[in-house]
Design a protein around this ligand. Structure first.
Ligand code: CTP
Length: 398
């Protein structure tokens, strides 16, 4: 199971098996999942927040009224790809069934719309009680996955069904609900994002409208599909993606250098950045005063994609073209001249793509095929481009 970059909430209920979840947390991290632990307040009697913080490397809170400014129950719910609750006590199961929201974990469960795996552990009498049986049935009907507890000796000295299963068993059940695709495992993906800035003087620059959102979406989706991802980011204000090696650059020349250094070791280059075609021929070391401005002499920047043509071996290259007017022939010509295998063309004349969460346009493939992309999220476009790239890398099963 490969969890590259997927966010997991590990909910911990107030049972003695809470300490066994420390191992589960470690194994989830080994698989590449990014785990935030949300213990119930009563579980802190067994394993304290400090242990979870040290093991997960992330802040740990139990109540909604902690870190209120973050609206943590909503931010955690939005970020999560999966929730796993281990151990789940009879009380926690009852509260989830009733739709209660009396601690952070139950709030997150209500606010999230992601697969949930519940690992119950309790005394056999409590597990077999009609109230618990009915709660478990109801939750299963609502789509929750609930692992049957193991039969064996319990902390109370009794023997019966209620034991917390081995970590391996839990991971097996988790693999079924995550269905994490790892078709880019072993592949290195290089992505550029944002817009370059070409300095005029210490204060001013020539820049462009690119927010970097599309490139970051490609980097995140490639990471989630198992790739090793390097992102060359030009002036994007987006937060770094955990698990992605990000190289921050400003100018086209710096981007060129970073891409050239990384390109030979990569399998796929997605050149989503808006690179300035020209820079001021000279950079003024002092601020240019109002009266001294008449014109700016420009020098041409290196065409990064074209420069890679000579060193390209097995790599698949995806180019982007943001146009205000175009025809298909010029799009195809641009793809070929850049040595690209795929080109995504979007019409930005409406001004509604830059900094937007959505995009629309057309994908041109080297084979001559064209695929229209109706308005969709930048994540979905990223997935589609990765599918085409994978196909061209000769790895696709379809
Ligand atoms: N690109 C590049 N190096 C440059 C300029 C652009 O590698 N100096 C890349 C972009 O990242 C993009 C693709 O080339 O993936 C197409 O960018 P675009 O600006 O449309 O291409 P240009 O060659 O600048 O063509 P145009 O004259 O239409 O601006």
């Amino acid at each position: 199971m490969q969890g590259h970059g997927r966010e997991v909430i590990l909910g911990v209920g107030g049972g003695i098996a809470a300490y066994k979840s420390c191992d589960l947390l470690r194994r989830l991290q080994d698989c590449g999942f990014l785990v935030t632990v949300v213990p119930t307040p009563s579980s802190l009697n067994f394993v304290g927040a400090a242990t979870w913080e040290a093991l997960s490397g992330r802040a740990v809170t139990s109540e909604v009224f902690e870190s209120v400014e973050e609206v943590r129950h909503v931010s955690l719910a939005k970020k999560a790809n999966f929730i796993i609750i281990a151990p789940a006590t009879a009380d926690l199961i009852a509260r989830i069934t009733a739709g209660r929201a009396d601690d952070l974990l139950t709030n997150v469960i209500l606010a999230a719309d992601v697969p949930v795996l519940i690992i119950p552990a309790m005394h056999p009498q409590m597990w077999n009680d009609p109230a618990t049986t009915s709660n478990v049935r109801l939750l299963r009907e609502r789509g929750f996955s609930i692992l049957e507890p193991e039969v064996g000796a319990l902390t109370s000295g009794d023997i019966g069904k209620g034991r917390f299963p081995d970590t391996a068993k839990i991971l097996e059940a988790f693999a079924e609900i995550t269905d994490v695709s790892s078709d880019f495992l072993g592949k290195k993906v290089l992505v550029t994002a944002g817009g370059t800035r070409e300095q005029i003087d210490p204060i001013r620059f020539i820049g462009n409208q690119s927010s970097g959102k599309q490139g970051y979406a490609v980097a995140l989706q490639a990471l989630r599909r198992g790739a090793e991802v390097v992102l060359v980011s030009a002036n994007a204000t987006l937060p770094d993606i955990e698990g992605v090696r990000t190289i921050h650059v400003e100018s086209a020349a710096q981007m060129h250098e970073a891409v050239r250094d990384e390109f030979s070791g990569c399998d796929l280059l997605v050149m989503a950045a808006a690179v300035a075609d020209a820079r001021p021929a000279t950079v003024n070391s002092a601020k240019i005063k109002k009266g001294d401005f008449s014109s700016i002499d420009l020098a041409e920047n290196v065409d990064i994609l074209k420069s890679l043509n000579e060193v390209k071996t097995h790599q698949i290259v995806v180019a982007f073209a943001a146009e205000t007017s175009h025809d298909d022939a010029s799009a195809v010509a641009k793809m070929h001249s850049k040595g690209a295998d795929i080109l995504y063309l979007n019409d930005v004349s409406g001004g509604d793509i830059f900094n937007s969460e959505t995009t629309y346009g057309e994908i041109f493939l080297k084979s001559g095929e064209r695929v229209r992309v109706a308005k969709t999220t930048k994540d979905t476009l990223a997935q589609e481009l990765l599918d085409h790239a994978l196909h061209q890398l000769g790895l696709s099963n379809v």
